[in-house]
Design a protein around this ligand. Structure first.
Ligand code: SAM
Length: 382
């Protein structure tokens, strides 16, 4: 595909997303109906689409319309690319830019790609960092790996990765964290990945696990395990008696194979089989994902006030249920990948007010300005 044809494909995919289709589904549907597209084409179209989703408001203003075409015009203008070099009308490229397809002025919140309704809460949560964090979330997220310290040291993993064309730098957010600076698309096929030397995991997610008071022999429950990213990271740090649980056990289907590849023991547990008395329970609760909007940019536009209140209610229920699994004197660790205080400090304050058995020991707030996703962690002792 020519660069112009890739832009035209992104416009078609964006039109479907604007009409309500989920981004991943729209991309898969496009790829299925475009067998001529190779992997480099698919990657380029995906990058265009996700660049537009990260900047939907500012791109619409720069492109003069909120359609797929307007968004792509705006994305290119925002990147300093003259759209007329791609909108040529030749072959499969989009039609030439018309004289009325001009940028229009934008508000401060449009320029920051912040939904109007959420701005007051975002400002209150982020204080003086509001604009800088919103700007950081307009960019692509770095790719991070977690070195599995059970199998390799950080320099050893770097050497193996380099031999496969993957260049990395250690990242200060967490000891096993590597930022990938070249060759990211080779990771999934690399021996280092297949043999469990490294896992894909955001550096802030790794920092959250590193901040947990883990020690050999502890009985630990990952209460909201999902795919088990944090279970695996915990198991790599200490020799634990570790159980992974999720209200939706289908999310954990790949976990036994991932644990085997990593060479760590993780037991998956159904809700009915949960047995209280854990030294540490991690509740990595479902949340708005407002710290991870670089990675999942659609979430920013799909969130609304009703969904946010429902999430806060779920977080309260998760905290109460997870707390019941903590042994006397044990730890309850509450985490979200949100930067919103209603899901973070306020959720924990409300929990502590109704659960006098627990005391706050420390908490940690990370934003994309620290390099990884936005994350919150509260360590409570019961
Ligand atoms: C943020 S994700 C977990 C991500 C995972 N810990 C990781 O690091 O890859 C939240 C998970 O909580 C689960 N969940 C939602 N409600 C829950 C509940 N009431 N009890 C337990 N898990 C729940 C969801 O199914 C989802 O997999």
């Amino acid at each position: 595909m020519t660069p112009g044809a890739r832009v035209a494909a992104a416009i078609a995919v964006l039109d479907r997303i604007v009409a309500g289709e989920a981004a991943e589904k729209a991309l898969v549907n496009w790829a299925r109906s475009s067998r001529f597209a190779g992997s480099a084409d698919r990657a380029a179209v995906r990058d265009h689409v996700f660049d537009a989703l990260r900047r939907m408001r500012s791109a619409a203003a720069l492109g003069g319309a909120g359609t797929g075409r307007g968004l792509m015009l705006g994305v290119l203008r925002g990147q300093g690319v003259d759209p007329s070099t791609l909108f040529t009308g030749e072959g499969h490229a989009p039609a030439p830019v018309a004289s009325d397809e001009r940028p229009r002025p934008m508000t401060d919140l449009e320029a920051l790609d912040c939904p109007d309704w959420l701005a007051p809460q975002m400002r209150e949560s982020l204080g003086g960092n509001f604009a800088a964090v919103m700007q950081a979330m307009q960019a692509r997220a770095p790719v991070f790996l977690r070195v599995n310290l059970r199998k390799a040291t950080v320099p050893q993993a770097q050497t193996v990765l380099r031999a496969e064309g993957i260049e990395t730098h250690p990242h200060p957010l967490a000891t096993p964290a590597l930022e990938v600076v070249a060759g990211a698309r080779r990771i999934a096929g690399s021996a280092a990945y297949r043999e469990g030397l490294v896992e894909l995991q955001d550096a802030a997610s790794q920092a959250v696990v590193q901040a947990l008071p883990l020690a050999d022999g502890m009985r630990v429950l990952d209460y909201c395990a999902g795919g088990g990213g944090k279970s695996l990271a915990m198991a790599a740090l200490a020799r634990l008696d570790l159980s992974a649980h999720d209200v939706d056990p289908r999310r954990m289907v790949d976990l036994p194979a991932r644990a085997a590849r990593a060479g760590v023991p993780v037991r998956t547990v159904q809700t009915a089989a949960l047995a209280a008395g854990h030294d540490l329970v991690l509740a990595d609760a479902p949340c708005s994902g407002s710290g991870a909007w670089r990675r999942s940019p659609e979430a920013r536009w799909r969130l609304d006030a009703a969904r946010l209140s429902a999430l806060v209610a779920t977080q309260a229920a998760v905290l109460d249920a997870a707390a019941a699994q903590v042994a006397p004197g044990g730890w309850l660790a509450y985490a979200t990948c949100s930067v919103l205080e209603c899901e973070n400090g306020a959720a924990v304050a409300a929990f502590l007010a109704r659960s006098p058995r627990f005391r706050m020991q420390r908490d940690m707030r990370l934003t994309p300005l620290d390099g990884g996703d936005g994350f919150y962690l509260a360590l409570l002792r019961g």
